[in-house]
Design a protein around this ligand. Structure first.
Ligand code: SAM
Length: 268
């Protein structure tokens, strides 16, 4: 994309507007998403159409959700605009499930996400997981690392547990700050999240898993016996075969699910 376009639109920091300008990265992303005609694809934050335009070359229709109305005015001038179904809305409150009913088929979501809301957005999207085929996102490197982190890793935390509870996550490519304009301070990683067909995990109530992980990671260096003392006695932890001296970062997802399910049953 030519830098000249930025004379028409001054990138807004509040909307995390770091636009993709490296065509090789764009081509690679499109290849990795591998859209097929007839599928329901949804882009979060089309911006200046770096991904939108090549996507439209491969599709008949594309749903886009963009919060910045001025960007939509620029989009309106493009030749491929007729292929777009546009929602000028905050993706954090968008009803993604309605798009499933357009064709009664699972939806595929993608985007170079605004980094300031990417974590909240991913957690929000899990509420619509039943209608999602996959999610393909450019993320700040640190967020991507948290998504895939395993126990014992310094990035392992609530986001890793909740994300891996719902999805299988793959890193697809790396991008450097110079691939964007304005140049961000961070590196980026493009990831694919695929909801589990058959989940290796089960909890009765995801809110309880959220509560337990939240409490455990409030101070990640504390041992469980201390961090979870309001919820579980040491005896119960031992009964569940979970070492009370473990730190939050060394507890597996399966063990967090066990803790959540114990609380669920206890409160029945
Ligand atoms: N897809 C473009 C690209 O790759 O160059 C733009 C990516 S830019 C990092 C993020 C885009 O998301 C911007 O267009 C921004 O206006 C939009 N955006 C920011 N917050 C949003 C929100 N809450 N809901 C929908 N779009 C949002």
């Amino acid at each position: 994309m030519s830098i000249k376009i930025f004379k028409k639109h001054f990138p807004l920091k509040k909307y995390g507007q770091n636009f993709l300008i490296n065509k090789n990265i764009v081509d690679n992303i499109i290849k990795k998403i591998h859209p097929e005609i007839g599928q329901t694809l949804v882009e979060i934050g089309p911006g200046l159409a770096a991904l939108t335009e090549p996507m439209c070359q491969l599709l008949d229709q594309l749903f886009v959700i963009e919060v910045d109305y001025n960007l939509l005015l620029l989009l309106k001038q493009k030749s491929f605009y007729s292929k777009l179904v546009v929602f000028c809305q905050d993706a954090l409150t968008f009803n993604f499930t309605q798009l499933f009913y357009k064709k009664n088929q699972l939806i595929r979501i993608f985007g170079n996400l605004p980094y300031n809301i990417s974590t909240s957005l991913i957690l929000f999207l899990f509420k619509h997981i039943q209608v999602i085929q996959d999610m393909n996102f450019m993320l700040q490197k640190e967020v991507a690392e948290r998504l895939i982190a395993l126990p014992g890793n310094k990035s392992y935390g609530r986001l890793s547990i909740i994300s891996q509870y719902y999805c299988d996550i793959k890193i697809l490519l790396n991008a450097i700050p110079e691939d964007f304009y304005p140049i961000p301070k961070v590196h980026s990683i493009f990831v694919k999240l695929i909801p589990h067909n058959i989940s290796p995990y089960f909890v009765y109530d995801i809110n309880i898993l959220s509560l337990v992980t939240n409490k455990s990671f409030q101070n990640r260096r504390k041992i469980l016996r201390h961090s979870l003392k309001d919820l579980f006695s040491e005896t119960i932890l031992v009964q569940l075969d979970i070492n009370p001296k473990l730190r939050a970062e060394n507890v597996s997802i399966l063990q967090y699910c066990q803790l959540a399910n114990y609380l669920y049953k206890k409160n029945l």
